[in-house]
Design a protein around this ligand. Structure first.
Ligand code: GRF
Length: 185
């Protein structure tokens, strides 16, 4: 399964996919990694010898044109799946329609609880005792779309946003790897 992965940050989810799935006889091949900003995720891809691309909003006159540029960059690699792994931008409906049913996202909460950019902070503030991570299909609405896989993570009394997010990310990386392997099969 040819995948393009989009990242914005530290890229530890990407690294898990590189380490566990992007080799020899594995069922998944990362054909390119793209980002909206220079980031550690891109550096991880380069270190693994994977083709990278950068499509920055600031280099385009408006959001629609940035979306079209991103769409072209992704499409040029002919992916069978597009994976948002810590990609912190919202794409438009036209982008989603260009890869129908093929875009997946990983999110650090048990959706539909706590969508949005501060999922871990919001879960902690609400006081839930159980949160987790979700891999779901991307649709035009943010953090919506059919759920493909979920994992639960217990909140501990002394948790801060950082400690909880780190524990979620440990579970999230394995969830993403398992989910992509399942999709490939
Ligand atoms: C993940 O928890 C992802 O769900 C969220 O940001 C984090 C990205 O981590 N949107 P990384 O860049 O893969 O390390």
């Amino acid at each position: 399964m040819r995948i393009v992965v989009l990242v914005s940050g530290s890229g530890t989810n990407l690294q898990a996919v590189i380490d566990d799935l992007h080799h020899g006889d594995a069922p998944v091949e990362i054909v390119a990694v793209g980002a909206d900003r220079p980031c550690t995720g891109l550096e991880r891809a380069e270190a693994a010898g994977i083709t990278t691309f950068l499509v920055r909003p600031a280099d385009h006159p408006d959001r629609a044109q940035w979306n079209r540029a991103l769409e072209r960059a992704v499409a040029s690699h002919h992916p069978e799946r597009v994976v948002f792994a810590g990609f912190m931008r919202i794409v438009d409906a036209e982008f989603v329609a260009a890869f129908p049913g093929l875009v997946v996202n990983t999110h650090p909460s048990l959706l539909p609880s706590f969508p949005g950019a501060h999922a871990v902070r919001d879960a902690l503030a609400y006081g839930v005792k159980l949160t987790g991570a979700t891999v779901h299909e991307v649709v035009a609405d943010v953090d919506a779309g059919p759920i493909l896989a979920q994992v639960a993570v217990a909140v501990e009394d002394q948790d801060t946003e950082d400690t909880l997010h780190e524990r979620i990310k440990t579970a999230e990386r394995q969830l993403l790897v398992d989910c992509l392997a399942d999709l490939a099969r």
